[in-house]
Design a protein around this ligand. Structure first.
Ligand SMILES: N[C@@H](CCC(=O)N[C@@H](CS)C(=O)NCC(=O)O)C(=O)O
Length: 203
């Protein structure tokens, strides 16, 4: 199978971490999202990650891909097999991804509009989502080791990948002093080989 990524995408990193943790053999194709590339032929939405199976079928969307990978290669599991554990892991993953969607919407607004034409109300709206999402994740984590259950799940992987992007590219969105649990969680995961191998390159 072949995973299409960009060098910095935290959504793609989530899938890469899963594949590495599970020791699933795969190829990685790094795409420059802002230059002509082959991605559109693979994923009509033109986003990374996209995973192409050996039979040619492609899938898009990190949560869907992560779910498929975890089911197909269940050792170790990062989405619990029981219904409630699965619900918890996937719903906290969805909040983590929602935070990143709002960060990305802001980053794109800044990238594609000069200061005079940026929408302040759009940026404020996204900032509200980031702050509320991170606060909810922090409350959920508290002083526990993992966001849900007794083991690392896709939710922990997702928020650590997203915070890795934020720290590297948009640090104004994360105040470690106000979010000590998330800072601890993400620092711990950054030590793992799978995270070291996929860290976003410095600017
Ligand atoms: N919901 C998607 C989001 C993926 C996404 O936003 N990818 C970004 C990179 S981080 C992308 O490919 N952007 C290019 C574009 O929007 O054209 C997922 O979970 O995979």
């Amino acid at each position: 199978m072949k995973l299409y990524i960009s060098a910095t995408s935290p959504f793609a990193r989530k899938v890469r971490v899963l594949l590495i943790e599970k020791q699933v053999p795969h190829e990685v194709e790094v795409v420059d999202l802002w230059s002509p590339n082959e991605l559109q032929q693979i994923n009509p939405i033109g986003k990374v990650p996209a995973l192409v199976l050996d039979d040619g079928r492609a899938m898009a969307g990190s949560a869907f891909i992560a779910d498929w990978v975890d089911g197909r290669y269940p050792r170790p599991r990062f989405i619990p097999a029981d219904d409630d554990g699965r619900l918890e892991a996937r719903r906290w993953e969805s909040f983590a991804d929602g935070v990143m969607d709002a960060v990305a919407a802001s980053v794109y607004e800044m990238r594609f509009h000069d200061e005079a034409s940026r929408s302040r109300s759009w940026l404020d709206r996204q900032r509200g989502k980031v702050d509320a999402g991170l606060a909810a994740l922090e409350r959920q984590l508290g002083t526990r080791r993992w966001l849900c259950g007794e083991a690392m799940s896709v939710a922990d992987i997702a928020i650590a990948c997203h915070l890795g992007f934020v720290r590297a590219r948009a640090p104004q969105f994360f105040d470690a002093a106000r979010l000590p649990g998330l800072a601890r969680l993400s620092a711990g995961l950054d030590e793992r080989d799978s995270f070291r191998a996929t860290a976003p390159p410095p600017l």
